[in-house]
Write a protein that binds this ligand. Structure first.
Ligand SMILES: C[S@@+](CC[C@H](N)C(=O)[O-])C[C@H]1O[C@@H](n2cnc3c(N)ncnc32)[C@H](O)[C@@H]1O
Length: 205
């Protein structure tokens, strides 16, 4: 595989838009339509945060609204996690699987919106992770319902990164009212110093 147009962030290889594999996937007709067209900064922020605040090894993790799936792929690689990548748009999966392959990890994929994630996919998972998944008001409602369901299925922790959109702030307020939740402002160590927030909801059991 061409090493040109590949960047490495926190030990994870990421294909850039000009990489021949990305171009060929696009040419073959894989066209995500709900912003799953690239790796968003919030994913890179969450990866950096998880590198500094590692998860327990070998947990069962589900990434929601995974897009190209880099957060889940990082968890599979760094924490030997068993990872299920989920997204409502199945067009993202060829990009996610290309990155899993490139980073030499195995992940599962499932097409599902936050509201339609099957009980079987949630039960027995330890952690839900997500990056930049709360950008419309209806997504705030869907994520509220998902977190409430996660609590009933014994999921221990939900970790969501966001640049700080109003819709996400509303979700964070809800979580702080109903669960044990913390919001941590986070600034990346990269040259751009871009940042946002990490919402952690814990003790859901
Ligand atoms: C802004 S992108 C973020 C992608 C990836 N998490 C990242 O940070 O690079 C939002 C992702 O959420 C997915 N998405 C949007 N609405 C969703 C829903 N209701 N249920 C599940 N996934 C959804 C989109 O298809 C897209 O892949």
């Amino acid at each position: 595989m061409s090493v040109e147009h590949v960047r490495i962030s926190c030990g994870i290889r990421i294909l850039q838009q000009k990489h021949p594999l990305i171009r060929s996937l696009r040419k073959a007709g894989s066209e995500p339509t709900i912003y799953g067209t690239r790796v968003w900064q919030s994913s890179l922020m969450l990866i950096e945060y998880l590198r500094e605040h590692p998860l327990i090894e070998r947990q069962r993790i589900i990434e929601i609204g995974c897009g190209w799936g880099l957060v889940g792929i990082f968890c599979a690689k760094r924490f030997a996690a068993d990872v299920l990548l989920t997204d409502v748009d199945e067009q993202v999966f060829p990009y996610a699987l290309a990155h899993a392959n490139l980073n030499e990890v195995t992940v599962q994929t499932e097409r599902a919106c936050f509201d339609s994630l099957a009980e079987a996919s949630l039960r027995g998972r330890n952690v839900i992770v997500g990056a930049d998944v709360c950008f419309w008001p209806e997504l705030t409602s869907q994520l509220r319902r998902l977190i409430a369901r996660a609590a009933s299925f014994g999921i221990e922790r939900v970790v969501i990164a966001d640049p700080g959109r109003t819709t996400f702030m509303r979700l964070a307020e809800y979580c702080q009212r109903h669960f044990m939740a913390t919001m941590t402002p986070y600034r990346m160590s990269t040259r751009t110093k871009s940042g946002g927030f990490i919402l952690i909801v814990e003790n859901l059991r």
